[in-house]
Write a protein that binds this ligand. Structure first.
Ligand SMILES: [Zn+2]
Length: 401
């Protein structure tokens, strides 16, 4: 009997695999090869890997999109409006207490996703994209879905050590690896999905080029090596593994407080702006009319940070970037940060000056890319699109089972 374990190592770059920092993964690379993977521009790599589709085909670009009809917050208009009174002042006056309380209440109500630092007034416009029920359905039923192939072959998938924005995850990598051990020892599944956060969480704070971060790679490598030894000695089944870095990470060089910069414009045109969503590298805007969108672009052209640190893309140009332009989901307009520029603060990272690494830039080179390697199959040493990971996984499943 065979078992296949697929590790998604968040934000692991191909250059992290070397004899010094990651001897275990390097040995796998030396024996089987390693393919560098170029992700699409965006934040939905999981769907790309699991289904072999790019954002233009699957419709997913960022984790949270503008979709009022599907928003779990839509039902709580009065509650959102009540908390909305504290938008902008909660931190200054109450030290963020209102957000803490609101978060707890919303969670209990089962609204679908955490409110992070998103202004309360926008919540009823927003909903999950790839982690929504429609997104999960797509992930399980797309023509080249890993789940679909397994179902067809009568194989069981265990994704209890995996991750998504909508579910309460196991706390950390060790908890996920422990759970994996438990599942392998007690269950009867065939394909196991494991999410590893080490590279992402560490490089965000330490910066991907720092000695500190490079040193930390050996900790992850040791965990993977220990698990491999455990699996090969303790399990009677033949265990095969595939390791995937889904995208890269860049050192932060410049920071731009887009919320404060936008505030001057917003205060004059308040009633004509529907929403703004501030991500770490992409800021999206929704306007009530075309004139105010043009007025904003003209206004921003007079502010150096907007022109020096990034580029505006109007929704008519999204497809050229590989970004789906569907029902205003990803904005009427977006501002995309140049490589190494961090929008700070943003809705996911409220503190200034804390992050030293970021991803989510338009992919250019190895610093933005991921990889795939493993102890089953052989891996060509050229650069492929991230969707190739899907082809390799499906081939491995067909070969192994
Ligand atoms: Zn990240």
């Amino acid at each position: 009997m065979n078992k296949l374990i697929i590790y998604i190592i968040d934000a692991a770059r191909p250059d992290y695999i070397n004899p010094t920092d990651t001897p275990f993964l390097h040995r796998i690379k030396a024996n089987h090869g390693l393919t560098v993977l170029r992700p699409s521009f965006g934040f939905c790599e999981r769907t790309e890997i699991m289904t072999g589709t790019k954002p233009l085909e699957n419709g997913f670009f960022t984790a949270i999109g503008f979709d009022p009809s599907s928003s779990g917050y839509r039902k709580y208009k009065y509650l959102n409006a009540f908390f909305g009174v504290f938008d902008g002042v909660d931190k200054i006056i109450f030290g963020g207490l209102v957000r803490k309380v609101a978060r707890r209440i919303y969670r209990r109500l089962g609204v679908g996703f955490d409110c992070y630092q998103i202004p309360f007034k926008y919540l009823s416009y927003l909903s999950l994209t790839e982690d929504s029920s429609a997104g999960i359905r797509f992930m399980k039923n797309a023509p080249n879905s890993l789940y679909k192939l397994c179902k067809k072959k009568g194989l069981k998938v265990n994704d209890s050590s995996f991750t998504s924005l909508g579910k309460a995850d196991l706390k950390n990598d060790l908890a996920r690896i422990d759970n994996l051990k438990h599942q392998l020892s007690n269950g009867n599944e065939d394909v196991y999905l494991v999410y590893i956060s080490h590279c992402d969480s560490n490089a965000h704070y330490k910066g991907p080029e720092s000695t500190n971060f490079r040193k930390s790679l050996s900790v992850l490598d040791q965990h993977l090596s220990d698990f491999y030894s455990w699996a090969t000695t303790k399990l009677s089944e033949n265990v095969k593994s595939i390791y995937i870095g889904d995208h890269g990470m860049r050192e932060v060089i410049n920071r731009f407080d887009i919320t404060s910069a936008f505030h001057d414009f917003e205060s004059i045109h308040k009633d004509r702006i529907e929403a703004i969503f501030v991500d770490s590298t992409v800021c999206r805007f929704w306007f009530k009319d075309k004139e105010v969108k043009l007025a904003f672009m003209n206004w921003a052209m007079g502010h150096r940070e907007f022109t020096d640190f990034g580029v505006f893309y109007s929704c008519e140009d999204y497809e050229k970037l590989g970004v789906p332009n569907v029902s205003r989901r990803y904005g009427d307009l977006m501002w995309v940060a140049n490589s190494g520029v961090l929008i700070e603060p943003c809705y996911f990272n409220p503190e200034k000056g804390v992050l030293n690494g970021m991803h989510g830039y338009i992919p250019k080179d190895n610093k933005d890319f991921g990889f795939i390697t493993g102890d089953c199959g052989s891996y060509k040493s050229d650069i492929q699109d991230l969707v190739t990971a899907n082809k390799i996984i499906l081939r491995a499943i067909n070969d192994i089972f």
